[in-house]
Design a binder for this molecule. Structure first.
Ligand code: PLP
Length: 365
């Protein structure tokens, strides 16, 4: 049972595939502009600005990237180098640390507090700021905990950063996947954060287009320009026909996306119904994305062993928390993805709980 997976199990909406086929048939197979096609940049800017989102000029403030991964890479390479510190709240998606190290900069890990539902704590950011701090990574909704940063915390963050030159890399690839009335607040809509924020988004999660490798980086012109320069001399541009399809994804798939979001909400509920009330288990406040980050009592043994035995004996795959947390704090945690069928989730989570029961009863380890 694949509860380790970080992508939707849905197929890409048919209209999007048809748009790609039509684009190929029309001969859209050549290089395009470095920043991406104007049509897709405009569609991205429009999508971001809808419902009081951040406003970006498609001409100079939006770069279409090869997945959100390239957006993260470009933002970090453009602004961070030897001597710079980058604050990474952990647990975290591992690519932030890797890109910071590739850039020659120093990652500074900021433990997210389970007691605060793993939500970013602006005061903890303040405590780690130094004259070398160049960038803060924010991920909301969050991989791997599902935490969503609310407007109050973002306003407090703006206060903390007010007299600094710290940039914010805001990874919002899960922005459309929030549940139970939770609202996603784009970081760049908060007063005083827009001018220092590079917003990352993409098609992999809410659009079921992970294999298409498309995302975006949106930022004020002064921040987008250096990132575009790196793009120009690395990948040059994303494929043209997939960008045409992505315009259709933004414009034509509201219904499919709503259906997928509803399915994720149902799956999340199924998992939480089984997990809530299990004594000794902590799962924070997973209001978004499609992950639960379970922490179990340390006497049950390290997470990598738990995950390996769960896979080998119970045939359920999950990701050990250590993969997301270089500080060691994730040693007794597991990331469980609910991007699978409700049946798989019910059965997989039940097997996790039975293993916890067995280990607890046996008193071994
Ligand atoms: C937080 C986060 N950002 C970015 C990505 C990468 O997205 P993409 O597939 O668009 O490169 C992922 C993928 O798992 C992710 O979890």
């Amino acid at each position: 049972m694949h509860l380790e997976i970080g992508r939707p199990d849905f197929d890409t909406p048919t209209l999007v595939k048809e748009a790609a086929t039509a684009s190929l048939a029309a001969g859209r197979v050549h290089y395009g502009p470095n920043a991406g096609t104007p049509q897709l940049r405009t569609a991205i800017a429009r999508t971001l600005a809808a419902a009081s989102g951040p406003v970006y000029d498609p001409d100079g403030e939006v770069i279409v990237t090869i997945g959100a991964s390239e957006a993260v890479f470009l933002a970090i390479m453009a602004f961070c180098g030897p001597g710079d510190e980058v604050l990474i709240p952990v647990p975290a998606w591992p690519a932030y640390e890797a890109c910071v190290r590739l850039a020659g900069a120093t990652p500074v890990f900021l433990p997210l507090d389970p007691a605060q539902g793993y939500s970013l704590d602006p005061e903890a950011v303040r405590a780690r700021l130094t004259p070398r701090t160049r960038m803060l990574v924010v991920c909301t909704p969050h991989n791997p905990t599902g935490a969503v940063v609310d407007a109050g915390r973002l306003r407090a963050l703006a206060d903390v950063l007010r007299h600094t030159g710290v940039l914010v890399l805001s990874d919002e690839i899960y922005s459309e996947l929030v549940y139970d009335g939770t609202r996603h607040v784009p970081v760049a809509t908060v007063a005083d954060l827009h001018m220092r924020t590079l917003t990352v988004g993409g098609f992999a999660k809410a659009y079921a287009m992970d294999g298409w490798r498309l995302g975006w980086l949106a930022a004020p012109r002064e921040l987008a320009t250096p990132a575009l320069r790196i793009r120009q001399f690395t990948t040059a541009c994303p494929p043209t026909f997939t960008q045409d399809a992505a315009v259709s994804a933004l414009r034509d798939t509201a219904q499919e996306r709503a259906q997928m979001r509803d399915a994720f909400a149902e799956r999340r509920r199924a998992a939480l119904d089984l997990l809530n009330g299990c004594t000794g288990l902590h799962i924070g406040n997973p209001a978004g994305a499609f992950y639960l980050y379970l922490t179990y009592p340390p006497h049950l043994g390290p997470g990598d062993r738990f995950a390996r035995e769960l896979l080998e004996e119970d045939h359920v795959a999950v990701v050990p928390g250590a993969a997301f947390d270089p500080t060691g704090a994730g040693a007794h945690s597991l990331r469980v993805s609910y991007a699978r069928s409700v049946d798989d989730i019910r059965e997989g989570v039940s097997r996790i709980l039975r293993r916890i029961d067995r280990l607890s009863d046996g008193g071994r380890r």
